[in-house]
Ligand binder design. Structure first.
Ligand code: ADP
Ligand code: GN1
Ligand code: MG
Length: 374
């Protein structure tokens, strides 16, 4: 872990003065390294979120930061127009004293944003009210960006949600068997390959013109939204690294994958892993209340399926990383990626079993949301 001295040094390069008063690391994200640092000046405390960008994942941090700075600037303006509080409802990045959007130190690259205080994230929750408000927030986020110039967005990770390519990468990793683990995962591999046809569905709908390309967040997992400590409502969508052209399925599906599961993403006891119909309904209701009229009938009809698709894709990615020797996601134990893959595939099985029920919930909530809008 980075030393406090390194972090303070980074803060100074962003023009932050004062005496360091508090420091801690956030461990929930799988990609970047994130720290909270507080500084005191004249008895006043100011908190900052310092982040080391994972440059193995994000190859062009300057383009990445351009994206985020432009999008947050645009969001601030829209939030202000709608009478919201841009300081709490979107991220605010600091510039370095030289006017840079991030700080290069050798191979590493740092950025700092204002810490949104009196907020928290969930890694797992069964609070349906909060989850409903997260759905509203993400639906609102999609609507706020509906007229953002899509062509101006740099693709921070090409083919990020191209599920067929993710499956092809899994097959290649199994074939190459770089670290000799393929023999341990034959069951998981069969599970993944048996569902290859499903992987094609979302992109086929796009090709057929049945669903549109939108500006999407692409990483809507539960701990990528901040909740207000007091009201427990979703306030700010964070982790904007993967804002790119995408499908509404990606944002709806990933939120369900992470937030409607009855267990953590790395729960080993698979008997605990299922989908909560209450949480599924809560998010669906919130999301659709914010954006039902903007969605096409094919988008609505495939929302429940998209939850399965994103869960499947995530399992495929964890399994691929396990086969490649854990080069992408942060891990705590040598089998962490395998545990995560098994967990996601169990969730896929549960979603398959419950699909008629989940589809019915989407139908009911879409009707309700449409009626309320009339
Ligand atoms: P990663 O890309 O590694 O997932 P995130 O950008 O999601 O990193 O940040 C990791 C965690 O840090 C979040 O889950 C959240 O708890 C916290 N966090 C991030 N940004 C802020 C912020 N501006 N204010 C308060 N907490 C934040
Ligand atoms: C990563 O960065 P984080 O932890 O919010 C990953 C997502 C995965 C998720 C699985 C850029 O999200 O795509 O769905 O882990 N982000 C990136 O937990 O790859
Ligand atoms: Mg995150």
């Amino acid at each position: 872990m980075e030393s406090l001295k390194t972090i303070i040094d980074v803060c100074r390069a962003f023009g932050i003065a004062g005496e360091p008063a508090d420091y801690r690391a956030f461990t929930s994200g799988h990609i970047n390294s994130t720290f909270l640092v507080a500084f005191e000046t004249d008895g006043q405390t100011q908190k900052y979120l310092v982040q080391k960008i994972n440059t193995a994942v994000f190859r062009d941090p300057d383009a990445l930061m351009e994206n985020i700075v432009r999008v947050t600037h645009y969001l601030r303006k829209r939030i202000r127009e709608q009478g919201g509080d841009p300081e709490r409802e979107t991220l605010h990045f600091l510039k370095t004293v030289d006017g840079g959007l991030c700080l290069r130190r050798g191979e590493t690259c740092w950025r700092i944003y204002r810490f949104i205080d009196h907020s928290f994230t969930y890694d797992l929750s069964n609070d349906a009210g909060s989850f409903r408000s997260a759905g509203e927030r993400f639906g609102h986020f999609q609507r706020l960006l509906s007229e953002y110039p899509i062509e101006s967005l740099y693709e921070t990770i090409p083919d990020f949600h191209n599920t067929p390519k993710r499956v092809a990468a899994l097959e290649e990793a199994a074939e190459a068997d770089a670290v000799g683990r393929a023999h341990k995962v034959q069951k998981e591999l069969s599970f993944a390959l048996a569902r290859k046809d499903d992987a094609e569905i979302a992109l086929r709908l796009l090709k057929e013109g049945k669903v549109p390309l939108r500006v999407t967040h692409n990483d809507t997992k539960l701990n990528n939204i901040l909740f207000d400590e007091e009201t427990k409502e979703g306030i700010c969508v964070i982790d904007l690294d993967t804002i790119m052209p995408g499908l509404s399925f990606y944002d709806f599906g990933d939120a369900i994958r992470s937030g409607a599961s009855t267990a953590m993403e790395d729960e080993r006891d698979l008997s605990k892993v299922s989908v909560s119909p209450e949480m599924f309904r809560a998010y669906t209701a919130g999301f659709l209340s914010a954006c039902v009229n903007a969605l096409t009938p094919d988008e609505i009809d495939h929302l429940a399926f998209s939850a399965k698709l994103m869960t499947y894709e995530c399992g495929v990615r964890f399994l691929t990383d396990y086969l490649c020797g854990d080069t992408y996601f942060k891990i705590d134990t040598p089998d962490h990626n395998l545990v995560r893959a098994r967990n996601q595939f169990k969730l896929v099985s549960e979603m398959e079993r419950m699909m008629p029920e989940l589809e019915q919930i989407v139908k009911e909530e879409a009707e309700k949301a449409k009626t309320n809008k009339e």
